[in-house]
Design a protein around this ligand. Structure first.
Ligand code: BDR
Ligand code: CA
Length: 316
């Protein structure tokens, strides 16, 4: 049975690769994208969502524009140094012809989820602002979502936005707090596992054996992203967001542990830090499953194979 999914996203290089993976995966049916602020401003994240779908001949998939700002305050600066000036590295995508739907992402999410109770999984791969506001706007929404598969947090690993916080959670810790305590079934995919999934220059070259605008996009988009990781001493780049989607496509790649996870929103040095109660000190029941182990290279191989298939299947 195919899973119906909506990706809530702030594209971003690895977000864009996630859409391509979704389109190449028969296990899932991509129902829509909803955009949010994050890696870059909402104008660019929304434009990139439309442009990448257009590149992959998938403009029939609706895109709803979401929130421009986090719930409370903006502690972070943009991810331009990570994802390039417009969010897609060095890729030059034409201005999309398709337009966003005429409904805010929050209302769209509520309507879709409530129309098909327990059928839709949402995959948030950016800050959690849209999801938190949908939870607050309509109490049925949280009851009707099948599950949330969230890219975010750093459990035993250090952060990437600050030494203690991962970017998506740091970009809106208050939204993460609402989501983590909503009672929705959650799978969290933190940096602990995403940093095990490194996409290398030779992987990019392998995909580019096939002459396709999609292969070229992957190369151009990841070059800036790889430069950033080089500055962190890492050869290759971490596919955080595609791995998160792969949790639905190939669940056997990951091992989960159940924890009570909370988020620091003190505004201090650990703002946005996600902490798991390993010792059950709080005696609070687990509120999510956290991915703590992954077969990283197997995931990268799956990703490469799916990209090769996509490149071969779309004629230009
Ligand atoms: C997350 O931050 C963003 O830069 C990536 O797209 C990913 O969603 C990793 O911390
Ligand atoms: Ca992202």
């Amino acid at each position: 049975m195919t899973s119906k999914i909506i990706i809530d996203t702030d594209p971003g290089v690895d977000d864009s690769l996630t859409f391509l993976l979704a389109l190449a995966s028969p296990e899932i049916r991509l129902e829509a994208l909803t955009s949010v602020h994050g890696n870059i401003g909402i104008e660019n994240t929304t434009r990139n969502a439309l442009a990448v779908l257009e590149l992959a001949h998938a403009s029939h998939i609706p895109v709803a524009r979401g929130c421009e700002l986090p719930l409370i305050d903006r502690a972070y600066t943009s991810g331009k140094n990570v994802h390039g000036k417009q969010g897609v590295g060095n890729a030059q995508l034409p201005e999309p012809k398709s337009k966003v739907i005429n409904q805010h992402a929050i209302d769209f999410l509520i309507e879709k989820v409530n129309a098909e109770p327990n059928q839709i999984s949402i995959v948030p791969i950016g800050p959690l602002t849209n999801i938190a506001l949908a939870i607050r706007k309509d109490v049925q929404f949280a009851k009707n979502i099948k599950e949330l598969v969230i890219m975010g947090g750093a459990i035993k690993q250090g952060g990437n936005a600050t030494p203690l916080a991962e970017f998506n959670i740091f970009a809106d810790p208050h939204a993460a707090h609402v989501v983590f305590h909503s009672g929705i079934p959650i799978k969290l995919i933190p940096l602990d596992v995403t940093y095990q999934c490194l996409f290398m220059a030779e992987d990019v070259e392998r995909i580019n054996q096939i002459k396709s605008p999609i292969a070229k996009f992957i190369k151009d988009a990841t070059s800036v992203y790889m430069d950033f990781y080089k500055s962190e001493g890492i050869d290759g780049c971490a596919l955080h967001d595609p791995l998160t989607l792969a949790t639905i496509i190939a669940p056997d790649l990951l091992r989960f542990e159940e924890y009570h996870v909370d988020v620091d929103m003190s505004g201090g040095v650990s703002n946005g830090n996600t902490f798991a109660d390993f010792m059950n000190v709080s005696k609070k029941p687990a509120n999510m499953q956290v991915a703590m182990q992954v077969r990283g290279r197997d995931f990268i191989e799956l990703f490469i194979e799916r990209m090769e298939t996509l490149c071969k299947n779309i004629s230009f």
